[in-house]
Ligand binder design. Structure first.
Ligand code: GLN
Length: 277
């Protein structure tokens, strides 16, 4: 793609950026420090020379496929802006269903643990929606936990953080939690999606178990039994074709009322079950 070397107006830059208008606008706003309203009213002004090189470099990275969320440094989840970096999975709208399923089942003053919290999108949203709840968030990655902690601080959420693999993150008293939730790495090794779009730039260990896609789900279902209260819920996000397998894994671990909830596209997305009372 050819670029004008002479400065363009904001509006002209947007039209020749080779990006979808929304993406170009967000990069322009971030780089030039403009609100959407300012950009509209000043669209005929020239892009400042000081920002010209940075702006075109960002646009080039986006055209090369880098996720918009990493270039901006944020992504919205459940109506709030979360900081993201290449150390964390970019929060997805489908995951909002997992949050809602948890909010619906969380008793007053309940305890919830988000395992593999990444950016903290689930844990921070749960803590802010339900200030009465006690929320724990853990992750194997220290870099991810730092991002989650920053999000908790910026957004004003009170959360207990722990570092480690799944239930090893911090031994809790057995029967402690009302809800365990996780959006674990569930993509099967070799799935072509791993080579497409944003996924190429996200941490592989946040996306796949490097196996059949169900390894972490088995670990979570087996360990959950020791960490849930009687009647407590385990809720897991998974792939569109994993519903029957995940229901089977929960049933094998003696979970009851096992069910799969669809996402807005009608695809199997979340499976949940509760321990006997
Ligand atoms: N819990 C985070 C999310 O849902 C991160 C999940 C992950 O890294 N697999 O966005």
């Amino acid at each position: 793609m050819m670029f004008h070397t002479s400065p363009l107006t904001y509006e002209q830059w947007l039209r020749q950026s080779g990006l979808p208008r929304l993406e170009g606008r967000l990069l322009l706003q971030a780089c030039c420090g403009l609100s959407h309203a300012q950009l509209i009213s000043r669209g005929g002004e020239a892009v400042p020379a000081a920002q010209w090189a940075d702006l075109n470099a960002l646009a080039q990275r986006r055209r090369n496929g880098e996720p918009l969320a990493y270039l901006l440094g944020w992504r919205e989840f459940y109506g709030r802006r979360f900081r993201v970096s290449p150390a964390v999975l970019i929060p997805r709208p489908e995951t909002e269903h997992l949050l809602e399923a948890a909010l619906e089942r969380l008793p007053a003053g309940g305890r919830v643990w988000d395992l593999g919290t990444g950016s903290g999108a689930l844990a921070v949203s749960a803590a802010l929606e339900r200030p009465d709840a006690a929320v724990r968030a853990s992750d194997l990655s220290r870099e991810a936990l730092a991002v989650a902690q920053e999000n908790a601080e910026t957004l004003g959420a009170r959360i207990e953080f722990a570092c480690g693999s799944w239930f090893e993150a911090q031994p809790a008293a057995a029967g402690h939690f009302d809800i365990l939730l996780s959006n674990p790495p569930y993509i099967e090794q070799g799935d072509p999606h791993l080579q497409q779009g944003d996924l190429r730039f996200e941490p592989a260990a946040a996306l796949t178990d490097f196996g059949d896609g169900l390894a972490h789900i088995r670990t979570l279902a087996a360990g959950a039994v020791r960490h849930l209260k009687a009647g407590g819920w385990l809720m897991l996000e998974h792939g569109w074709n994993q519903g029957p397998a995940v229901r089977g894994i929960l049933a094998e671990n003696r979970f009851q009322d096992v069910a799969t909830l669809p996402d807005l596209a009608g695809l199997d997305r979340i499976t949940l079950g509760r321990l006997p009372d």
